[in-house]
Design a protein around this ligand. Structure first.
Ligand code: NDP
Ligand code: OXD
Length: 319
Protein backbone atom coordinates (compact mmCIF):
# COMPACT_ATOMS: atom_id res chain seq x y z
CA UNK A 1 0.00 0.00 0.00
CA UNK A 2 1.36 3.46 -0.88
CA UNK A 3 2.39 5.63 2.09
CA UNK A 4 0.26 3.44 4.37
CA UNK A 5 -2.74 5.73 3.78
CA UNK A 6 -6.21 4.23 3.49
CA UNK A 7 -7.14 3.38 -0.09
CA UNK A 8 -10.25 4.75 -1.79
CA UNK A 9 -12.78 2.52 -3.45
CA UNK A 10 -14.67 3.67 -6.52
CA UNK A 11 -17.99 1.99 -7.19
CA UNK A 12 -19.54 3.88 -10.02
CA UNK A 13 -21.86 1.94 -12.27
CA UNK A 14 -20.83 3.48 -15.53
CA UNK A 15 -17.71 3.45 -17.65
CA UNK A 16 -15.11 5.16 -15.52
CA UNK A 17 -11.91 4.18 -17.24
CA UNK A 18 -10.93 7.84 -17.65
CA UNK A 19 -12.16 8.75 -14.17
CA UNK A 20 -9.99 6.17 -12.45
CA UNK A 21 -6.90 7.53 -14.15
CA UNK A 22 -7.72 11.05 -12.95
CA UNK A 23 -8.21 9.71 -9.43
CA UNK A 24 -4.97 7.77 -9.49
CA UNK A 25 -3.14 10.90 -10.61
CA UNK A 26 -4.75 13.00 -7.90
CA UNK A 27 -4.11 10.42 -5.16
CA UNK A 28 -0.49 9.69 -5.93
CA UNK A 29 0.03 8.72 -2.28
CA UNK A 30 -3.01 6.40 -1.98
CA UNK A 31 -4.31 3.37 -3.76
CA UNK A 32 -7.51 3.86 -5.73
CA UNK A 33 -9.37 0.62 -6.31
CA UNK A 34 -11.95 0.48 -9.07
CA UNK A 35 -14.56 -2.14 -8.29
CA UNK A 36 -15.65 -2.23 -11.94
CA UNK A 37 -12.20 -3.46 -12.97
CA UNK A 38 -11.34 -7.14 -13.47
CA UNK A 39 -8.46 -6.89 -11.01
CA UNK A 40 -10.53 -5.26 -8.23
CA UNK A 41 -9.50 -6.50 -4.77
CA UNK A 42 -11.89 -8.89 -3.10
CA UNK A 43 -10.89 -7.89 0.44
CA UNK A 44 -12.21 -4.39 1.18
CA UNK A 45 -11.99 -4.68 4.93
CA UNK A 46 -9.48 -1.87 5.48
CA UNK A 47 -11.20 0.69 3.24
CA UNK A 48 -12.28 3.93 4.94
CA UNK A 49 -13.54 5.96 1.96
CA UNK A 50 -15.84 5.06 -0.91
CA UNK A 51 -16.98 7.12 -3.88
CA UNK A 52 -20.22 5.73 -5.24
CA UNK A 53 -23.02 6.33 -7.71
CA UNK A 54 -25.38 3.35 -7.52
CA UNK A 55 -23.44 1.13 -5.14
CA UNK A 56 -23.74 -2.65 -5.49
CA UNK A 57 -25.97 -4.20 -2.83
CA UNK A 58 -23.16 -5.98 -0.93
CA UNK A 59 -20.74 -3.05 -0.96
CA UNK A 60 -21.18 -1.81 2.58
CA UNK A 61 -21.17 -5.26 4.17
CA UNK A 62 -17.77 -5.78 2.56
CA UNK A 63 -16.37 -2.57 4.09
CA UNK A 64 -16.70 -2.81 7.87
CA UNK A 65 -14.10 -0.03 8.34
CA UNK A 66 -15.83 2.45 6.02
CA UNK A 67 -15.98 5.96 7.50
CA UNK A 68 -17.19 8.31 4.73
CA UNK A 69 -19.35 7.80 1.63
CA UNK A 70 -18.80 10.27 -1.21
CA UNK A 71 -21.47 10.75 -3.88
CA UNK A 72 -20.36 11.13 -7.48
CA UNK A 73 -23.30 13.49 -7.96
CA UNK A 74 -24.89 16.42 -6.23
CA UNK A 75 -27.99 14.26 -5.76
CA UNK A 76 -27.92 11.31 -3.38
CA UNK A 77 -31.20 9.52 -4.13
CA UNK A 78 -29.24 6.83 -6.00
CA UNK A 79 -27.36 6.11 -2.76
CA UNK A 80 -30.21 6.42 -0.26
CA UNK A 81 -32.61 4.37 -2.42
CA UNK A 82 -30.27 1.39 -2.47
CA UNK A 83 -31.14 0.57 1.16
CA UNK A 84 -28.81 -0.78 3.87
CA UNK A 85 -26.81 2.46 3.87
CA UNK A 86 -24.66 2.50 7.01
CA UNK A 87 -25.06 5.40 9.39
CA UNK A 88 -22.01 7.27 8.08
CA UNK A 89 -21.59 10.76 6.65
CA UNK A 90 -22.60 10.97 2.98
CA UNK A 91 -20.79 13.85 1.29
CA UNK A 92 -22.38 15.05 -1.94
CA UNK A 93 -20.50 16.68 -4.80
CA UNK A 94 -20.69 20.47 -4.75
CA UNK A 95 -18.33 22.27 -7.08
CA UNK A 96 -18.32 25.34 -9.36
CA UNK A 97 -17.68 23.11 -12.40
CA UNK A 98 -21.05 21.44 -11.80
CA UNK A 99 -22.91 24.56 -10.68
CA UNK A 100 -21.73 26.59 -13.70
CA UNK A 101 -22.74 23.86 -16.12
CA UNK A 102 -26.21 23.64 -14.60
CA UNK A 103 -26.72 27.40 -14.80
CA UNK A 104 -25.60 27.35 -18.44
CA UNK A 105 -28.22 24.68 -19.17
CA UNK A 106 -30.99 26.50 -17.32
CA UNK A 107 -30.20 29.86 -18.96
CA UNK A 108 -29.98 28.20 -22.38
CA UNK A 109 -33.40 26.56 -21.99
CA UNK A 110 -35.06 29.76 -20.75
CA UNK A 111 -33.54 31.73 -23.62
CA UNK A 112 -34.54 29.13 -26.22
CA UNK A 113 -38.16 29.36 -25.10
CA UNK A 114 -37.98 33.16 -24.88
CA UNK A 115 -36.59 33.39 -28.43
CA UNK A 116 -38.90 30.71 -29.90
CA UNK A 117 -36.01 28.59 -31.05
CA UNK A 118 -38.29 25.69 -32.09
CA UNK A 119 -40.06 27.99 -34.54
CA UNK A 120 -36.74 28.94 -36.14
CA UNK A 121 -35.55 25.32 -36.28
CA UNK A 122 -38.77 24.42 -38.10
CA UNK A 123 -38.57 27.35 -40.49
CA UNK A 124 -34.91 26.70 -41.25
CA UNK A 125 -35.77 23.08 -42.08
CA UNK A 126 -38.45 24.36 -44.45
CA UNK A 127 -36.16 27.09 -45.87
CA UNK A 128 -38.56 29.73 -44.64
CA UNK A 129 -37.77 33.34 -43.67
CA UNK A 130 -40.33 33.55 -40.85
CA UNK A 131 -39.71 36.45 -38.49
CA UNK A 132 -41.46 36.60 -35.12
CA UNK A 133 -41.75 39.25 -32.42
CA UNK A 134 -39.97 38.39 -29.16
CA UNK A 135 -40.52 39.81 -25.71
CA UNK A 136 -37.41 40.76 -23.77
CA UNK A 137 -36.24 38.65 -20.85
CA UNK A 138 -37.36 41.41 -18.48
CA UNK A 139 -40.96 40.81 -19.60
CA UNK A 140 -40.91 37.17 -18.40
CA UNK A 141 -41.19 35.79 -14.90
CA UNK A 142 -39.09 32.73 -14.14
CA UNK A 143 -39.66 30.74 -10.95
CA UNK A 144 -37.16 28.21 -9.61
CA UNK A 145 -38.27 25.40 -7.30
CA UNK A 146 -35.21 24.44 -5.27
CA UNK A 147 -32.91 27.26 -4.13
CA UNK A 148 -29.89 25.22 -3.09
CA UNK A 149 -26.38 25.33 -4.56
CA UNK A 150 -27.70 25.00 -8.10
CA UNK A 151 -30.96 26.94 -7.84
CA UNK A 152 -29.33 30.00 -6.28
CA UNK A 153 -26.64 30.24 -8.93
CA UNK A 154 -29.15 29.79 -11.75
CA UNK A 155 -31.38 32.43 -10.16
CA UNK A 156 -28.53 34.97 -10.09
CA UNK A 157 -27.54 34.28 -13.69
CA UNK A 158 -31.13 34.45 -14.97
CA UNK A 159 -31.47 37.73 -13.06
CA UNK A 160 -28.30 39.04 -14.72
CA UNK A 161 -29.78 38.25 -18.14
CA UNK A 162 -32.82 40.32 -17.18
CA UNK A 163 -35.54 37.78 -16.33
CA UNK A 164 -37.80 38.55 -13.35
CA UNK A 165 -36.72 35.74 -11.05
CA UNK A 166 -38.33 34.20 -7.99
CA UNK A 167 -37.41 31.09 -6.05
CA UNK A 168 -39.16 28.62 -3.78
CA UNK A 169 -37.57 26.38 -1.17
CA UNK A 170 -38.47 24.61 2.04
CA UNK A 171 -36.84 27.34 4.13
CA UNK A 172 -36.88 31.00 3.11
CA UNK A 173 -33.77 32.44 1.46
CA UNK A 174 -32.53 36.02 1.12
CA UNK A 175 -30.98 36.59 -2.31
CA UNK A 176 -30.42 40.07 -3.64
CA UNK A 177 -32.70 40.82 -6.60
CA UNK A 178 -34.69 37.57 -6.27
CA UNK A 179 -38.19 37.22 -4.78
CA UNK A 180 -38.12 34.24 -2.46
CA UNK A 181 -40.90 32.07 -1.10
CA UNK A 182 -40.85 29.35 1.54
CA UNK A 183 -42.84 26.11 1.53
CA UNK A 184 -46.05 27.91 2.58
CA UNK A 185 -45.72 30.36 -0.28
CA UNK A 186 -46.07 27.80 -3.08
CA UNK A 187 -49.43 29.04 -4.42
CA UNK A 188 -48.27 32.67 -4.52
CA UNK A 189 -45.02 31.61 -6.18
CA UNK A 190 -46.79 29.58 -8.88
CA UNK A 191 -49.37 32.29 -9.59
CA UNK A 192 -46.58 34.70 -10.68
CA UNK A 193 -44.51 32.14 -12.64
CA UNK A 194 -44.38 31.88 -16.44
CA UNK A 195 -41.29 29.68 -16.84
CA UNK A 196 -41.01 27.12 -14.04
CA UNK A 197 -37.56 25.64 -13.40
CA UNK A 198 -37.22 22.48 -11.27
CA UNK A 199 -33.95 22.02 -9.35
CA UNK A 200 -35.25 19.88 -6.53
CA UNK A 201 -33.71 16.70 -5.15
CA UNK A 202 -35.65 13.45 -5.33
CA UNK A 203 -37.13 12.74 -1.90
CA UNK A 204 -40.43 11.32 -0.67
CA UNK A 205 -41.67 14.93 -0.31
CA UNK A 206 -40.84 15.94 -3.88
CA UNK A 207 -42.09 12.76 -5.61
CA UNK A 208 -44.57 13.69 -8.33
CA UNK A 209 -44.66 17.34 -7.25
CA UNK A 210 -44.62 18.56 -10.88
CA UNK A 211 -48.10 17.42 -11.87
CA UNK A 212 -51.18 18.77 -13.64
CA UNK A 213 -52.63 20.45 -10.58
CA UNK A 214 -49.36 22.38 -10.09
CA UNK A 215 -49.01 23.30 -13.79
CA UNK A 216 -52.59 24.66 -13.79
CA UNK A 217 -51.56 27.18 -11.13
CA UNK A 218 -48.89 28.78 -13.36
CA UNK A 219 -49.67 32.00 -15.26
CA UNK A 220 -51.51 30.70 -18.33
CA UNK A 221 -51.35 33.75 -20.64
CA UNK A 222 -47.66 34.38 -20.99
CA UNK A 223 -45.79 36.61 -23.48
CA UNK A 224 -44.51 33.37 -25.09
CA UNK A 225 -47.87 31.68 -25.50
CA UNK A 226 -48.14 29.45 -22.45
CA UNK A 227 -46.20 28.46 -19.37
CA UNK A 228 -43.00 26.48 -19.83
CA UNK A 229 -41.70 23.73 -17.56
CA UNK A 230 -37.92 23.20 -17.33
CA UNK A 231 -36.60 20.36 -15.15
CA UNK A 232 -33.07 19.24 -14.37
CA UNK A 233 -33.63 18.10 -10.78
CA UNK A 234 -34.86 14.52 -10.87
CA UNK A 235 -37.38 12.70 -13.05
CA UNK A 236 -39.18 11.16 -10.07
CA UNK A 237 -40.42 14.67 -9.25
CA UNK A 238 -42.40 14.92 -12.47
CA UNK A 239 -45.55 13.12 -13.61
CA UNK A 240 -44.76 12.52 -17.27
CA UNK A 241 -48.30 11.54 -18.28
CA UNK A 242 -49.47 14.90 -16.87
CA UNK A 243 -46.72 16.76 -18.74
CA UNK A 244 -47.82 15.13 -22.00
CA UNK A 245 -51.51 15.82 -21.49
CA UNK A 246 -50.78 19.41 -20.37
CA UNK A 247 -48.76 20.02 -23.55
CA UNK A 248 -51.63 18.53 -25.58
CA UNK A 249 -54.36 20.68 -24.06
CA UNK A 250 -52.24 23.85 -23.73
CA UNK A 251 -51.87 24.00 -19.94
CA UNK A 252 -48.16 23.93 -20.78
CA UNK A 253 -46.78 25.75 -23.81
CA UNK A 254 -43.36 24.08 -23.82
CA UNK A 255 -40.92 21.96 -21.87
CA UNK A 256 -37.20 21.36 -21.42
CA UNK A 257 -36.36 18.14 -19.59
CA UNK A 258 -32.96 16.74 -18.70
CA UNK A 259 -34.24 14.13 -16.24
CA UNK A 260 -36.88 11.44 -16.55
CA UNK A 261 -38.78 8.96 -14.46
CA UNK A 262 -37.00 6.14 -16.31
CA UNK A 263 -33.52 6.78 -17.72
CA UNK A 264 -32.62 6.32 -20.49
CA UNK A 265 -36.00 7.66 -21.60
CA UNK A 266 -37.71 4.70 -23.33
CA UNK A 267 -37.86 4.92 -27.12
CA UNK A 268 -41.65 4.69 -27.08
CA UNK A 269 -42.12 7.63 -24.70
CA UNK A 270 -44.46 10.20 -26.31
CA UNK A 271 -42.21 12.90 -24.86
CA UNK A 272 -39.74 12.45 -27.75
CA UNK A 273 -42.31 13.72 -30.25
CA UNK A 274 -43.93 16.50 -28.25
CA UNK A 275 -44.04 19.93 -29.87
CA UNK A 276 -41.95 22.70 -28.30
CA UNK A 277 -40.02 20.18 -26.24
CA UNK A 278 -36.28 20.10 -25.66
CA UNK A 279 -34.97 16.85 -24.21
CA UNK A 280 -31.40 16.24 -23.08
CA UNK A 281 -30.06 12.92 -21.70
CA UNK A 282 -29.26 13.84 -18.09
CA UNK A 283 -26.31 15.93 -19.17
CA UNK A 284 -27.28 19.35 -17.80
CA UNK A 285 -24.42 19.26 -15.32
CA UNK A 286 -22.03 16.38 -15.49
CA UNK A 287 -19.65 15.63 -12.64
CA UNK A 288 -16.20 16.52 -13.92
CA UNK A 289 -13.74 13.76 -12.96
CA UNK A 290 -10.75 16.01 -12.32
CA UNK A 291 -12.80 18.39 -10.20
CA UNK A 292 -14.34 15.46 -8.33
CA UNK A 293 -10.97 13.92 -7.57
CA UNK A 294 -9.76 17.31 -6.29
CA UNK A 295 -12.94 17.68 -4.22
CA UNK A 296 -12.75 14.21 -2.64
CA UNK A 297 -9.06 14.72 -1.92
CA UNK A 298 -9.84 18.05 -0.23
CA UNK A 299 -12.61 16.55 1.88
CA UNK A 300 -10.45 13.61 2.99
CA UNK A 301 -7.74 16.07 3.90
CA UNK A 302 -10.25 18.05 6.00
CA UNK A 303 -11.47 14.88 7.66
CA UNK A 304 -8.02 13.61 8.50
CA UNK A 305 -6.96 16.97 9.94
CA UNK A 306 -9.96 17.17 12.26
CA UNK A 307 -12.04 19.68 10.27
CA UNK A 308 -15.72 19.11 9.52
CA UNK A 309 -16.71 17.51 6.24
CA UNK A 310 -18.62 19.84 3.94
CA UNK A 311 -21.91 19.21 2.11
CA UNK A 312 -22.94 16.32 4.31
CA UNK A 313 -26.41 15.01 3.49
CA UNK A 314 -29.16 15.42 6.08
CA UNK A 315 -30.46 11.84 6.18
CA UNK A 316 -33.75 12.93 7.77
CA UNK A 317 -34.49 15.25 4.82
CA UNK A 318 -33.07 12.94 2.15
CA UNK A 319 -30.82 15.56 0.50
P1 NDP B 1 -29.26 21.40 -2.58
O1 NDP B 1 -29.43 20.36 -1.55
O2 NDP B 1 -28.19 22.42 -2.41
O3 NDP B 1 -30.64 22.21 -2.74
C1 NDP B 1 -31.87 21.60 -2.76
C2 NDP B 1 -32.94 22.67 -2.71
O4 NDP B 1 -34.23 22.05 -2.80
C3 NDP B 1 -32.92 23.46 -1.39
O5 NDP B 1 -33.21 24.82 -1.64
C4 NDP B 1 -34.06 22.83 -0.59
O6 NDP B 1 -34.68 23.68 0.33
C5 NDP B 1 -35.02 22.51 -1.72
N1 NDP B 1 -35.96 21.47 -1.30
C6 NDP B 1 -35.71 20.16 -1.08
N2 NDP B 1 -36.82 19.52 -0.71
C7 NDP B 1 -37.80 20.44 -0.72
C8 NDP B 1 -39.19 20.40 -0.45
N3 NDP B 1 -39.82 19.26 -0.06
N4 NDP B 1 -39.90 21.53 -0.55
C9 NDP B 1 -39.28 22.68 -0.91
N5 NDP B 1 -37.96 22.80 -1.21
C10 NDP B 1 -37.25 21.69 -1.09
O7 NDP B 1 -29.11 20.65 -3.95
P2 NDP B 1 -28.40 21.17 -5.31
O8 NDP B 1 -28.92 22.51 -5.62
O9 NDP B 1 -26.94 20.97 -5.22
O10 NDP B 1 -28.96 20.07 -6.35
C11 NDP B 1 -30.36 19.94 -6.56
C12 NDP B 1 -30.64 18.67 -7.33
O11 NDP B 1 -30.24 18.82 -8.69
C13 NDP B 1 -29.87 17.42 -6.90
O12 NDP B 1 -30.45 16.84 -5.76
C14 NDP B 1 -29.99 16.54 -8.11
O13 NDP B 1 -31.18 15.78 -8.02
C15 NDP B 1 -30.11 17.53 -9.26
N6 NDP B 1 -28.94 17.51 -10.14
C16 NDP B 1 -29.12 17.22 -11.46
C17 NDP B 1 -28.07 17.24 -12.34
C18 NDP B 1 -28.27 17.02 -13.79
O14 NDP B 1 -27.29 16.92 -14.54
N7 NDP B 1 -29.49 16.97 -14.27
C19 NDP B 1 -26.71 17.50 -11.87
C20 NDP B 1 -26.62 17.81 -10.48
C21 NDP B 1 -27.70 17.80 -9.65
P3 NDP B 1 -33.87 24.25 1.61
O15 NDP B 1 -32.89 25.25 1.01
O16 NDP B 1 -34.89 24.90 2.44
O17 NDP B 1 -33.19 23.08 2.24
C1 OXD C 1 -26.07 14.71 -9.95
C2 OXD C 1 -26.44 14.31 -11.28
O1 OXD C 1 -26.84 14.47 -9.02
O2 OXD C 1 -25.55 14.20 -12.14
O3 OXD C 1 -24.98 15.30 -9.79
O4 OXD C 1 -27.62 14.14 -11.57
Amino acid sequence: MKENLSPIVLDIAYDIAGDVKKFQEMFSDREVYNLQADDAPSDLSCIRYALVWKPRPDLYSRMPDLEVIFSVGAGVDHILNQGNVPDLPIVRFVDPTLTNRMSEWVCLQCLMHLRMQKHYERSQNQILWAQEHHPQACELRVGIMGLGELGQDAAKKLDAIGFQVAGWSRSKKEISGIDTYDADGLEAFLSRTEILVGLLPSTPDTAGIFNRSLFEKLVQNTPIGGPVFVNAGRGKSQVETDIISCLEDGVLGGISLDVFDVEPLPEDSPLWAMPNAYLTPHTAAESDSTAMARYVSGQINRYETGQVLENVVDRSLGY
